[in-house]
Design a protein around this ligand. Structure first.
Ligand SMILES: Nc1nc2c(c(=O)[nH]1)N[C@H]1C(S)=C(S)[C@@H](COP(=O)(O)OP(=O)(O)OC[C@H]3O[C@@H](n4cnc5c(=O)[nH]c(N)nc54)[C@H](O)[C@@H]3O)O[C@H]1N2
Ligand SMILES: Nc1nc2c(c(=O)[nH]1)N[C@H]1C(S)=C(S)[C@@H](COP(=O)(O)OP(=O)(O)OC[C@H]3O[C@@H](n4cnc5c(=O)[nH]c(N)nc54)[C@H](O)[C@@H]3O)O[C@H]1N2
Ligand code: SF4
Ligand SMILES: [Mo]
Length: 724
């Protein structure tokens, strides 16, 4: 390990005019520890080193993480507020002029007041995201409900973690993405991972996953593609997109039939076993193989390995969750742990790979249409009263619950919503059924977009406000383990940009709601309020302080007092978070995806990510190295299927669904099912795969079915390629 030693040494070399600031990556839920190199002459960020002292990544980082610092002083940064002077150019990057903050904020509040006067408070909406700190996410929920007084607030986590959240809540009574810390992963005997491309999407988890196998343990992977993770798996369950529920039911059927049930655990700590057992009698390996397309022997062997493993962790990610039955998939996979009692102790449990940097914390503090800080529910009058009281507003003033992210676009089109305050999301790329979503954005009377780069969504805005990046502000995020960590300001606010919290407080004052916001002067004040307001909720942060986080390398919630050191493992006392203390084993019959292939649309389309880009791509497409490595979206297709359509590698095809079409270059690759094609979604405009995706929503989580719809391929002739 000479190289490891070398890197450990150089990460602490500080040049004469530099300092190192210990913080975390801005991108995925791993929240890898890193140190930003800051030039002390110019006070600008100039580089990065990994952190070996952060236990989750132990000095490892991925291609996005090592180039993330290049965003901060990038020439594309928006320097001053922009106002659209030419409404005819709405939907394009043109027609904006730079104005002062005073002018921009006055315009916004004049328009907001005017619209609310004419159409009522709920004419405004807030659409947010969770690349922001807990402080900003918390304040955004309060901003929507107390400053703008609207019911319509929701966020991009609906497209991301909502099925995991709903499924875990239903099964375990609590939604903390992982029941064990990540430092347990490599110590278990079996990892069962469904719908995760971890090698590309949570790359710094991989050394722990390989270590399980190096120690003689097993890796089982369920994915329609042979991803790098699946390639090294002991068993690759190569299922048809959208059939996880049948697979999970089939495995639990075998666990029950073959004597792997922990009778004592099931009796004392769960409900629902008998109904589930009865329902699952039909889910024989043959029946499940018919639905999923997986060979029966593989299903049998997977159940046997999981059943026999002394310790095992079931993990899932968006492949299983972004379906119109994502919530059921999560509960069905969680059933594996509950019937075998492999949960509530170290090295065994369930975990979802949380997606965005603050995908966990950002879903706890009230940005969701139906939820208030501390994971309180809007349909629980006690919860509403507690939060109204903590905010100092009369309980009658608390708006009702709103609608989910995708549903908001429908309300824009029918003019129920006329105004939008968009921050930290780029739905003109990332929301499903783009033709509908773009028409909704175009139809708005007034739209504000807060971003540090002009995104595809910003092109629909009337005012664009430049915000600071993650590296220019203090705060906390909660990583995929449930560990609350500190992001540290490494550089002054770029040009005239301002942090999201600053902007919201200024707007609140101008809306005549300053008394609820003026005491908040910086992120620490906001965090202290968040702690107070979360007290007594499921996601209780009241015992967390910046100092405790720094001293302990993070604090796991719940953490309820100054003395409490937090809870890395959940349920060690076998108490689940339902009122009777028991977990719920769920009987969930299989149902197919909302749209199945047919004669006209014979292929299955699934979508996702590549290692070099992040989400809507607004951040990563601008980084030279990442762009060079993966400049355009490629459509992955099996060689047999390619041959059937007469396609060569690199040729362009038109991909079509009932909702839209887009041209893609094909990548002929054996690592995908012949009945399925895959396209990554990090590009906008005519290249956006979300022109094609199905917005069918999960009934509980309101998650769209990004992972399965029916598609057709049209080979383009030479003429069409030239003009297309
Ligand atoms: N490089 C990179 N890393 C990221 C991100 C990024 O954009 N780029 N985004 C972050 C975020 S926000 C998220 S949510 C995560 C997402 O992380 P992942 O969920 O790992 O990423 P995806 O590519 O969306 O999908 C994962 C896998 O699901 C498979 N899949 C498709 N359909 C099905 C199905 O029906 N069942 C099953 N079992 N599998 C299926 C796909 O083939 C794919 O390999 O990644 C985070 N990390
Ligand atoms: N087809 C398909 N579509 C998908 C998915 C899929 O698998 N397939 N996955 C879905 C998932 S899991 C996710 S998470 C969504 C994500 O999709 P988006 O919500 O669009 O995510 P981002 O691209 O991160 O958008 C964040 C925007 O905010 C900006 N930004 C970053 N930090 C801040 C900040 O602190 N403040 C402000 N104001 N702005 C900031 C960035 O520059 C960027 O423009 O996409 C979903 N869409
Ligand atoms: S794994 Fe995630 S958090 Fe770590 S460096 Fe890569 S993008 Fe950043
Ligand atoms: Mo996500």
């Amino acid at each position: 390990m000479q190289t490891d030693k070398f890197f450990k040494e150089i990460q602490n070399v500080v040049h004469p005019h530099e300092k190192l600031v210990s913080t975390h990556c801005c991108y995925c839920g791993m929240q890898c520890g890193m140190k930003l190199r800051v030039d002390t002459n110019t006070n600008t960020i100039v580089g990065v080193e990994p952190r070996y002292d952060f236990p989750v990544n132990l000095g490892k980082m991925c291609p996005k993480g090592v180039t993330a610092y290049q965003q901060v002083n990038h020439p594309d940064r928006i320097k001053r507020p922009l106002v659209r002077k030419n409404p005819a150019l709405k939907g394009t990057p043109d027609g904006f002029e730079e104005v002062s903050w005073e002018e921009a904020l006055s315009l916004i509040t004049d328009r907001f007041r005017d619209m609310q006067g004419k159409y009522g408070k709920d004419t405004l909406s807030v659409f947010s995201g969770v690349s922001m700190t807990n402080e900003k996410c918390y304040l955004t929920g309060k901003f929507a409900r107390v400053a703008l007084q609207t019911r319509y607030v929701d966020y991009n986590g609906r497209f991301c973690m909502s099925s995991a959240a709903a499924g875990l809540n239903r099964s375990l009574g609590i939604d903390r993405g992982s029941t064990v810390p990540w430092t347990d992963l490599h110590q278990t005997d079996c990892l069962f991972i469904a719908g995760s491309n971890a090698a590309e999407c949570h790359p710094t988890s991989m050394f722990r996953i390989w270590e399980v196998q190096n120690r003689g343990g097993y890796l089982i992977v369920a994915d329609p593609r042979e991803t790098p993770l699946a390639r090294r798996a002991d068993i690759h369950l190569d299922l048809r997109p959208g059939t996880d529920l049948a697979l999970a039911n089939g495995i639990v059927h075998l666990l029950i039939k073959n004597g792997y049930v922990d009778e004592e655990f099931v009796r004392n700590h769960t409900n629902g076993f008998a109904e589930t057992k009865e329902l699952l009698e039909a889910y024989t390996p043959e029946y499940v193989s018919g639905i999923t397309g997986i060979a029966t022997e593989k299903i049998i062997r997977a159940a046997e390995i999981y059943g026999k493993a002394p310790e095992a962790i079931v993990m899932f990610c968006r492949g299983a969750e972004q379906q119109s039955k994502g919530t059921d998939n999560v509960s069905a996979y969680t059933n594996m742990a509950l019937v075998t009692g492999k949960i509530g102790r170290p090295k065994s449990g369930v975990a979802t790979f949380t997606g965005q940097g603050n995908g966990q914390g950002g879903r706890e503090h009230g940005q969701k249409a139906d939820q208030l800080p501390g994971y309180r529910k809007m349909d629980n009058p006690e919860h509403v009263k507690e939060v109204a009281c903590a905010w100092g507003i009369p309980v009658e003033e608390m708006p009702q619950k709103g609608v989910s992210a995708y549903e908001m676009f429908g309300l824009m089109l029918d003019k129920t919503i006329r105004g939008l305050y968009l921050l930290c999301s780029n739905p003109a790329v990332s929301a499903p059924n783009q033709n509908h979503v773009r028409a909704a954005l175009q139809s708005l009377d007034f739209m504000v977009c807060c971003d540090f780069y002009l995104s595809e969504s910003a092109e629909y805005a009337d005012v664009v406000l430049p915000v600071t990046t993650w590296a220019e502000d203090d705060g906390t995020t909660t990583n995929l383990e449930g560990r609350i960590i500190r992001h540290v300001k490494a550089q002054e606010w770029y040009a005239e940009s301002k942090p999201d919290w600053w902007i919201q407080i200024e707007i609140a004052k101008r809306m005549g709601r300053g008394q609820y916001f003026e005491h908040l002067k910086d992120p620490r004040d906001i965090f202290d309020e968040l702690r107070r307001v979360s007290k007594g909720g499921v996601a209780d942060y009241s015992g967390v302080t910046y100092e405790k986080i720094e001293k302990n390398n993070g604090v796991f919630w719940p953490c309820v007092s100054e003395e409490d050191q937090g809870m890395p493992h959940l349920f060690l006392d076998k108490k689940f978070y339902h009122p009777d203390g028991k977990a719920k084993i769920c009987a969930l019959p299989y149902r197919p995806p909302a749209e199945e292939p047919d004669e006209d649309y014979p292929l299955r389309l699934t979508t996702g990510r590549v290692v070099y880009h992040y989400l809507s791509g607004n951040q990563t497409r601008r980084i030279p190295f990442l762009h060079a490595m993966y400049p355009d979206p490629l459509l992955e297709i099996h060689p047999e299927t390619a041959e059937r359509y007469g396609l060569q590698n690199g040729e362009t095809v038109l991909l079509k669904t009932r909702r839209g079409e887009a041209p893609y270059k094909v990548k002929v690759i054996a690592a995908i099912r012949p009945d399925t094609v895959f396209v990554p979604y990090h590009w906008g405009k005519h290249e956006s795969i979300n022109l094609l995706t199905n917005p069918a929503l999960d009934p509980y989580s309101k998650m769209p079915e990004f992972k399965a719809c029916a598609a057709q391929l049209i080979k383009l002739g030479r003429e069409e390629r030239r003009h297309g």
